[in-house]
Design a protein around this ligand. Structure first.
Ligand SMILES: Nc1ncnc2c1ncn2[C@@H]1O[C@H](COP(=O)(O)OP(=O)(O)OP(=O)(O)O)[C@@H](O)[C@H]1O
Length: 578
């Protein structure tokens, strides 16, 4: 049974005899109903020759045993099912498809944000007025990454995951031109925006956040789902006030693991975000749920220190460092951080994915289960976690170095140079596996052994409330304005995003809410990079073919060319009537 409020997306296939419009001759065609869109195929295994939206269409049974579809734009389709039973089924399901219009159930009031493949709008449930987030993915068949992302999102919805630390999907409307996902509204927005505003926080706070994140990730893994893009942007906060509750979001890269004959669960494909991606992904090996645990480790490192474990002057550098698994715990940021926290970082950032802590194991780690972690704020300033300058730096990095980054695996000579350079750069580190500064820091076996003893080593006896506190013993804390309410609550009306006025389910009178206005953290998806490259190829190809797209020259040209590769900000709903 579907856990969605208005039922799971519809699906039905079968051969029908379609009557020609002019001469009324009949041809057998294979029809596929995908929620509110009907596709015509010559045969079952051939691509669709056309597809129509059934939204607001009229479905009736003709006197000849035919099914008549009167589309919203006046066009008529007449098909003959092969049996009476089939006819009844088609009529029933096509009628339901005609009502699969998101505007019947949800209204939209403004824009929350744009991702690489989607725009997310703030909306409300028309029956209850409850706020919701509506993620809109505008389909473009020529953008294979985008279409794959659409498939991943639909696949995730079909798994009906229900967990307090996974953003809930309330509804899914799959139209001919768009995918609409109606999601639980995360009023706090992106975790890093909240943390950056706070600037300073304690290990106890960080531990609570990690517990939520790991619980969400563990639930995904229990459903055989690998998220593949755990990064700050995809961890959202229920509210922006402390104590925070966070949830995992964005399943546009989520994949389902298959069990190998060795009992390993794995998937493949180069997906992720350079700073957060696991080494086995870069190595091009089959990989499994452990990649998410690695990303959680990067996030934990980043959250505690305000810096990234694997950083560099360009993406190539970053990926090399990730692949080596070598990271540092400099005293400047880590001296005051508890051994238990470092131990968890090490367990999650373990190079060998088989020995890396699983999400379920990490949830039992002393630093996660302890109720006596320090409430003292960590001296490291985290207010830069979400700065737009970092984002801008990484964007230009992506454009300038994309080819090198993607060729990294194919050039062993280059690789040796890189490794030599790396070892020079990390001369100060021990030469053991992982190269971290503490001898056992990268040994999850040691980490597991210590699991039940470390809680007593936590560096404060103050009780854990989950709220920032105990500042008396803290280093000087600059005055950082604290969020006083949920992002968006009482915020000024958001300027109408382009196209919003054209939405049939926009309620002009409803209060506008705009969250997550702050800059995004410095992350860049490999998928975006690949799309940029694809676009560049397409742009050049179209120019060659004389279709008039301007030639692309140099980084600036590439940047300009890259921009339209993503879906345009506003979505046209007119073509579908949805
Ligand atoms: N349920 C939600 N509640 C509130 N804000 C959300 C929600 N889901 C997404 N957002 C915000 O909308 C914006 C874009 O969403 P999202 O990152 O999911 O798009 P995307 O294209 O799938 O992402 P990516 O760029 O990582 O591929 C982000 O600012 C995100 O914080």
């Amino acid at each position: 049974m579907s856990s969605l409020r208005h039922g799971a997306p519809l699906a039905m296939t079968g051969y029908l005899d379609k009557e020609g419009r002019k001469f009324h001759s009949r041809k057998t065609r294979f029809f596929k109903l995908k929620d509110s869109a009907l596709f015509n195929h010559r045969r079952k295994d051939t691509p669709p020759t056309w597809g129509v939206s059934l939204i607001d269409s009229r479905v009736s049974v003709g006197s000849r045993g035919d099914v008549v579809l009167q589309l919203f734009d006046g066009k008529k389709i007449v098909v003959f099912p092969h049996t009476r039973g089939e006819a009844d089924k088609w009529v029933e399901v096509l009628s339901r498809a005609s009502r699969r219009k998101i505007g019947n159930y949800y209204g939209v009031t403004g824009l929350i944000g744009m991702g690489s493949f989607a725009e997310v709008r703030i909306g409300y449930d028309k029956a209850t007025s409850e706020p919701v987030a509506i993620k809109v993915m505008k389909k473009n068949k020529r953008d294979s990454e985008l279409m794959r992302s659409v498939e991943c999102e639909i696949g995730f919805v079909s798994k009906a995951v229900d967990h307090p630390n996974v953003v809930k999907t309330y509804d899914c409307f799959d139209t001919r031109d768009n995918l609409f996902l109606v999601l639980e509204h995360m009023a706090g927005g992106m975790l890093y925006d909240v943390l950056a505003k706070e600037g300073y926080f304690s290990e106890a706070t960080a531990s609570g956040i990690m517990r939520d994140l790991l619980a969400g990730v563990a639930c995904l893994h229990a459903h055989d789902i690998v998220h593949r893009d755990i990064k700050p942007e995809n961890v959202l906060a229920v509210r922006s006030t402390f104590p925070l509750t966070v949830k995992v979001a964005d399943f546009g890269l989520a994949d389902f693991v298959l069990e190998t004959s060795f009992g390993d669960k794995c998937t493949n494909g180069m997906y992720g975000t350079p700073f957060f991606v696991a080494p086995e992904v870069i190595r091009g090996e089959p990989y499994g749920p452990a990649v998410d645990c690695w990303s959680c480790g990067v996030l934990l490192y980043n959250m505690l220190s305000g810096t990234l474990p694997f950083d560099g002057a360009n993406i190539k550098d970053v990926l090399r460092r990730v692949r080596s698994g070598s990271y540092d715990l400099p005293d400047s940021e880590w001296a005051d951080i508890s051994p238990a926290a470092k131990d968890l970082v090490a367990g999650l950032l373990f190079l060998d994915s088989k020995k890396r802590l699983t999400a379920a194991e990490a949830l039992e780690h002393p630093w996660i289960v302890s109720t006596t972690l320090s409430e003292r704020v960590i001296a490291n300033d985290r207010s830069a976690l979400a700065t737009s300058s970092r984002r801008a730096r990484m964007s230009s990095m992506a454009i300038d170095n994309v080819k090198d980054a993607l060729d990294l695996e194919n050039d062993p000579a280059d690789d040796e140079d890189a490794m030599a350079a790396l070892s020079r750069g990390f001369d100060s580190l021990p030469s053991g596996e992982g190269g971290v500064t503490t001898s056992s820091a990268n040994d999850p076996a040691a980490s597991r052994r210590r699991r039940h003893t470390l809680s007593s080593t936590s560096n404060s006896a103050s009780p854990r409330s989950g709220r920032l506190g105990g500042r008396s013993s803290a280093p000087p804390v600059p005055s950082v304005p604290r969020p006083v309410s949920d992002a968006g609550r009482g915020s000024p009306r958001a300027p109408s995003p382009p196209g919003v006025g054209a939405l049939p389910f926009v309620d002009a009178g409803a209060p506008a809410r705009q969250d997550n206005a702050a800059g995004l953290p410095a992350v860049f998806s490999v998928k975006s990079i690949m799309s940029r490259r694809l676009f560049r190829q397409q742009a050049v190809g179209e120019e060659d073919a004389g279709k008039g797209r301007a030639p692309v020259h140099g980084a600036a040209g590439a940047a300009a060319a890259a921009a339209p590769a993503r879906p345009q900000p506003s979505v046209s709903y007119d073509s579908e009537g949805d």
